[in-house]
Design a protein around this ligand. Sequence first.
Ligand code: SF4
Length: 454
Amino acid sequence: MSQVCTGEGFSTRNIGGAYNRLLMQPRRPTRQVTLGDDRVGRVRIGGGLFGTTPAPVSVQTMTTGYTHEIDKCVAEINRLTAAGADVVRVAVPEKKDTDALRHIIAQVRVPIVADVHFHFKRALEAVEAGVHKIRLNPGNIQDRAQVIEVIRACKERGVPIRVGVNEGSIIERKDKQKRLKELGAFFHDNKRGYLLAIMIAKLEEYLDIFYEQDFYDIVISAKSMDVPTVVDAYSEISKRFDHPLHLGVTHAGPKETGCIRSVVALGALLAGGVGDTLRISYASDSVYEVEDGLELLYSLGLRERKGAELIACPTCGRIQVDLIALVQEVRRTVQSKVDLPMKLAVMGCIVNGPGEAEGADVAVFAGDRRGIIYVQGEKVANVPEEEILGKLLEECLKFQEKVRRGEAKLGDKKVEIIPPDPIGELGSGWEKIAQQQSQEKGKQQATPLTVGKS
Ligand code: SF4
């Protein structure tokens, strides 16, 4: 039966029957975990249960260099922090890495997570060094007594633990067939069911050890390189545990392809209300992981944007300046110097330029090797191509100051833009287009109709 809008009490969530699930869902309430301290700052993950307020979804990343190379590691962490990382994880495969942690933590301004595999002693050493969170992998630290020792050390110091299962390390190969038989039927209607069953069973067994120790400062992750598995695993886990979830696609590949893989999986989960912190993983500079993680959250409206939102046309045969180069330059120079979340539009010609300029706080659209710049709908400049970048930066910074002084407001549209006289203001670029169009029109008219002539 179709829904009728009666005004009061009507909710968009009633629209669309089975398609309801396509709508953005509210965040799933979870327990809350806090990491960090007064010096590096505190990051809250998840929330909504037990009187807590849900924290914004945080962005994590991981260093790519050796942790024991202290200066390099500190420099990398500082670069990642400057890019906007809320939390940074480091690998601690050897004692020299946990030995380095104390010196690293003292020099950075972001909570640090120690990524522990195989050696439970590394976890104890990291806690002793003052790390802010531990990641344990149930696939390779399984000895109950050792896990209890780590839990007790973390409990004593108030250090949360992420229990991170990974598709690649979760399957205990020696009893794989038996586990599949025991657990597979549970997800019989799901082709990834066996793997999911193993991941969830492993988590349940592992977390029981934590609960027995009365330890609930837990974040869970269940990563795979396969997007549908990631979506299914986290969806299933979100129904079974009330701990915050750390989202990620593991081994996603280089940025170029890993970006699609990560964003499609994490985007689907976040839109469904699932996920409290995330790491996008690329086989490249981790700064990209931070930038893309933040952009994903901004795009979904899950984080307040820091810095300008860049809108740019995809370019086409009507292009009037070297827009692709201009957009890259704007991204590199202008966008990085603007702190406020202003909308900044860079458009290649008059077709969509005025429309975008109307909606953006600052906009430039191109004429024949020129740029016409608007600030909140008011034309402020018409400059040759080589001066566009400088002028745009100047206008953005001027506008930013006005907003800070309270003389302007982001998103305010002052006047409606009347498209400029294409020939008078934009020059021969538009004229050329107009000529071309009239030639094409002339050709069409001159072409005799062939229909019915045979
Ligand atoms: S704004 Fe102009 S150049 Fe850019 S895509 Fe649209 S029509 Fe093409």
